[in-house]
Design a protein around this ligand. Structure first.
Ligand SMILES: Cc1cc2nc3c(=O)[nH]c(=O)nc-3n(C[C@H](O)[C@H](O)[C@H](O)COP(=O)(O)OP(=O)(O)OC[C@H]3O[C@@H](n4cnc5c(N)ncnc54)[C@H](O)[C@@H]3O)c2cc1C
Length: 435
């Protein structure tokens, strides 16, 4: 997918300007990955007066950060691995186009990750991940609001809350322990009866018997446009971009070296690896083995006119959401644990669109654009944020379902580490060597 915020001529001019800036200066900080994590980190480091170059093989927010569901899911503190989820697995896996799929041929490769995922759901681990995630979310909201203001992107924020929907009393009751846990962390929500739901979303099918409204849930007008607008702010502060595939990284006491696909080398005093679902491949060059998997997700973006959706609608029982964007109506989610090599199976997008039509009978399903992205996921649902084993290298990846939500907080933590300041959170739960 290509960006539409700049014309090709403007893109070329900006790339040339970036590249001449790069030649003029000594590289201070190099960042591999121009997704939302890499560009937010670049922005905060530039704001702190550092010179930063981002390397990406495609562009700014052109991969997973371009097509996600656009939620600032600050209340989504529950780790994926929990007892309730493990109970759902047999039912979900029975449907090859359902909320979770694992192609049998990929299972042997996935097994070590799945075992770690299962262990992460044990009571002690789960509690620790929940507390770490809740701390991260508090920081995430504060840091995003600040960054939206500083980058002039606040108008892209939508504060309409979300509506989660249940098809049976049993499904609603099964959700209650999760809501009680959120309550412990001060998250505001309100359960609604079927009769009150039309006020929050007209046109829903009568199959939904209850809902939960979360007023603090936020979305953005379009995640790709937001990423590009934040990057424009970073560029104004001097950030540079080089489009290149990084083949290998090396690090030593004096800094880091990036080896590009054409064999040329770039050096920097400090290196940040924020390469999303591909980060572990580079971390391996530095002696860190990190169990990063790709949770592949699918969606279809329909024209804005497809249906008047008032706020993000969440169908947890089916593993997907519907988000009204400035650029369309995005329908999708689901998880396919199938690695980074297999081609997409867009039957999954179609299956969710089909269900959405049943849930919103007036929906016009025509004219959609299908997409797949790779959620970079660690078994305990927490990202890796911290130092590599090698000197002068930092990691920021593995944000799974929450990379957009946690990008500004991650940037703040990385900035503090790079500048040698004390971060506002204990980074132990996020360290690379916790597995
Ligand atoms: C269907 C779906 C819905 C989602 N919904 C939400 C949501 O509503 N809210 C939320 O918070 N999160 C959501 N997410 C998750 C979120 O999109 C990700 O966590 C986030 O985009 C990850 O950002 P990133 O910068 O780590 O990775 P990416 O966006 O994947 O960026 C990594 C970049 O690194 C580059 N790269 C990798 N290797 C190399 C290399 N060797 N050389 C050069 N460049 C390289 C890639 O080109 C890429 O641009 C969703 C994800 C999916 C799939």
């Amino acid at each position: 997918m290509r960006g539409n915020s700049k014309s090709p001529q403007e893109e070329r001019r900006s790339a040339a300007a970036s590249s001449s800036r790069r030649e003029r200066r000594e590289e201070d900080i190099a960042i591999i990955g121009g997704g939302i994590i890499g560009i937010c980190a670049a922005t905060l480091l530039c704001e702190a007066g550092r010179s930063v170059t981002v390397f990406d093989r495609t562009g700014i927010c052109e991969e997973t950060s371009s097509g996600n569901a656009a939620a600032f899911a600050f209340s989504d503190v529950l780790p994926m691995a929990h007892k309730g989820m493990v109970k759902q697995l047999p039912k979900w896996l029975a449907d090859p186009l359902g909320p979770l799929a694992i192609p049998p041929a990929y299972l042997p490769k996935l097994l070590p990750w799945l075992i770690r995922f299962w262990r992460a759901g044990a009571a002690g681990h789960y509690e620790a991940s929940l507390a770490a995630q809740a701390g991260m979310m508090k920081l995430a909201e504060a840091e995003w609001m600040g960054l939206l203001d500083r980058s002039g992107t606040r108008p892209m924020l939508r504060e309409e809350g979300s509506l989660e929907l249940y098809e049976s009393e049993a499904e609603f009751r099964a959700s209650l322990p999760g809501w009680a846990e959120r309550e412990r962390f001060g998250i505001d929500f309100r359960h609604v009866e079927s009769g009150q739901m039309a006020a929050l979303q007209p046109g829903l099918a009568p199959r939904f018997v209850k809902g939960t409204f979360v007023p603090g849930w936020k979305t953005v007008a379009d995640p790709k446009l937001l990423g590009k607008a934040v990057w424009a702010h970073a560029e104004r502060l001097g950030a540079a971009f080089e489009q290149a595939r990084v083949e290998r990284v090396e690090a030593g006491a004096n800094g880091a070296t990036i080896v590009l696909a054409d064999g040329s080398r770039r050096t920097a005093k400090k290196l940040l690896i924020a390469a999303g679902a591909w980060s572990h491949l580079l971390a391996r060059n530095l002696g860190d083995r990190i169990p990063l998997e790709a949770e592949r997700g699918y969606n279809t973006t329909l024209p804005v006119s497809a249906f008047d959706v008032k706020r993000q609608l969440i169908f947890s029982g089916h593993g997907f959401v519907i988000t009204p964007l400035e650029t369309g109506l995005r329908i999708g989610g689901a998880v396919e644990l199938a690695g980074i090599e297999r081609p997409p199976n867009f039957a999954r997008s179609k299956a969710m669109l089909e269900k959405a039509k049943r849930f919103l009978p007036g929906l016009d399903p025509c004219g959609g654009r299908e997409w797949m992205g790779f959620r970079p996921s660690l078994p305990d649902s927490l990202p890796v944020i911290g130092r590599a084993k090698a000197p002068n290298v930092f990691y920021a990846f593995g944000h799974g379902h929450l990379g957009l939500t946690q990008a500004a907080a991650t940037a703040r933590l990385i900035r503090d580490l790079v500048l040698g300041q004390t971060p506002p959170l204990d980074l132990n739960p996020f360290r690379a060597r916790r597995f």
